[in-house]
Design a protein around this ligand. Sequence first.
Ligand SMILES: [Zn+2]
Ligand SMILES: [Zn+2]
Length: 255
Amino acid sequence: MRIRILGAHAIEANSARAAAILVDEVLALDAGSLCASLSLADQQKLKAILLTHHHYDHVRDIPFIGMNLAHMGSVSIYSTAATLDTLCSHLLDDEMYPDFRRWPEGQPAIRLVTIEANKPFHIAGYGILAVPVRHSVPSVGFQITSSQGKSLFYTSDTGAGLSECWGQVSPDLLITELTLPQKMEEWARRTGHLTPQLLKAELLEFRRLKGYLPPTVLIHLNPLLENDIAAEVAEVSRDLGASITLGREGAEVLL
Ligand SMILES: [Zn+2]
Ligand SMILES: [Zn+2]
């Protein structure tokens, strides 16, 4: 699998894009920065977009993907009922922009597919498993397994308490979030995000349960706080003897 980080940040600026990950040009995980990161030709190659939760920084490109694909093709969007309900009532409400589930007429650009957590399914030969994570709104992480048996687990936005989640996945690569530096742990706990020390506790629990630690890439960074985060993550990485790196727009991992 060729995994490309399209957006590695929680906010947007000319140097930072919102969360999105591309797998082998056909699957997208979250839609924070698909349009600015992919050519129109590459957007047309997408077979599915998997949404972890409804927060704007993860779904914002869905209307534009609909417009970009109109009359050119279509894409399927997979998520839980809770996420799709909010997406439909706010971003596909036919007021600010067309409802791409029905538009263009006879050849709609978007097809929604409701999935259930903890029930494996397949898209284009990939095994997919949605696993609930602890965030401020209903949210799932996705494990993607290739036909060669390699797997990636993307938690998306999550707070502490992933023990149950770790029991269900065995990834070769973990992509998770690191939104705030240590000094903001209280705010991280209130909003369902991770700091370096909260991440460390989750990774220790992963290793206790699974007996290994996969290489870990962190996204959903705040560029204004990134220097503090980088130094604190380097310390955690040293303490655990693990590969933990900050994600970058355009970075690729081959599995
Ligand atoms: Zn969120
Ligand atoms: Zn977010």
